[in-house]
Design a protein around this ligand. Structure first.
Ligand code: 7PJ
Length: 287
């Protein structure tokens, strides 16, 4: 399955040439750059910015294909931050990293942040809320930035009260289909879109496993590239019994499993390890 994804200044042909004897499935690696205070050193905003820049440079040197800048933690139970605070965290990093030569994604669910990010030249907007906030679609419509539509039923603050599904895969597909329809009806080109089942967002381990096994079905039914984010998540912890700082091996296996199932983009913390794992795994030619 082949898709073209327009990402601002960049464009990608994604997925293997199935059945042509071409290379095994490859995926773009999106490196996570948190610019939240918990990842900050003690030296205030300037030192935080310096740290973020060097971390992004390191990820690119390690083989990251894009950088996902996030200024608001969307972890379960986390409190929202104000627009002003999120802008103060995200915008300096976005400006500073424009010359990096890789697409810059901004992980936000706030239309006001999307608007500023688009003006500053973000190449992708990654919305865990699926562009459902009033004004979100308007904020991104008149640009050529890529859009990642993630599935989440509740908000990060409430999603611990686990959503109920009768058929999680079908319900995630229905939700994403509705969001694709809303975005394309507004005039947004399909080749700007990628979709994400939202691992860990209001889902049990069984839900997450079902979604992992069905990435290929999600991609086929919606005919868009799938982004998968499993890195260090609680499902890896539940399967391995490991705390968050010991989830590297499980996360690498999760990344390879997601690509094997058809993910075209993977969102990870540990870029160099993921890139190495993908390089070796691809030699086997499995898809
Ligand atoms: C995801 C995300 C994900 C997309 C976060 C964490 C929580 N964006 N932002 N997909 N997760 N598209 O990294 O543990 O799974 S924040």
């Amino acid at each position: 399955m082949r898709h073209f994804l327009q990402c601002g200044r960049f464009g990608y042909s994604l997925g293997a040439d199935a059945g042509t004897g071409g290379d095994a499935a490859s995926a773009l690696v999106m490196g996570i750059l948190n610019v939240t205070p918990d990842s900050f050193s003690d030296g205030g905003r300037f030192q935080s910015l310096e740290f973020a820049i060097s971390r992004a440079e390191e990820m690119v040197a390690d083989g990251a294909d894009m950088i996902d800048i996030g200024g608001e933690s969307t972890r379960p139970g986390s409190a929202p931050v104000s627009v002003e605070e999120e802008l103060q965290r995200v915008m300096p990093a976005l400006y500073a990293l424009r010359g990096l030569g890789k697409p810059l994604s901004v992980d936000t669910l706030k239309p006001a942040v999307m608007r500023e990010a688009v003006i500053a030249g973000a190449d992708m907007i990654n919305d865990v809320n699926g562009f459902r906030a009033p004004g979100a679609i308007d904020a991104v419509r008149d640009s050529d930035c890529g859009l990642c539509i993630m599935h989440m039923v509740a908000t990060p603050a409430t999603m611990q009260q686990q959503a109920q599904y009768t058929d999680v895969v079908a319900e995630v597909i229905d939700f994403l289909a509705g969001r694709i329809e809303a975005l394309t009806r507004a005039g947004i080109a399909r080749n700007r879109l990628c979709i994400d089942p939202g691992f860990g967002f209001g889902k049990t381990v069984a839900h997450n496993v079902a979604l992992l096994r069905n990435i290929g079905r999600i991609e086929r039914e919606l005919d868009l590239p799938v982004l998968a984010g499993l890195s260090r998540k609680s499902m890896i912890g539940a399967i391995t019994g490991r705390p968050v700082e010991q989830r590297l091996a499980g996360s690498l296996a999760g990344a390879l499993a997601a690509v094997a199932q058809g993910a075209a983009l993977i969102r990870v913390h540990d870029v160099s390890e993921t890139v190495d794992a993908l390089k070796v795994w691809q030699q086997a030619g499995t898809q």
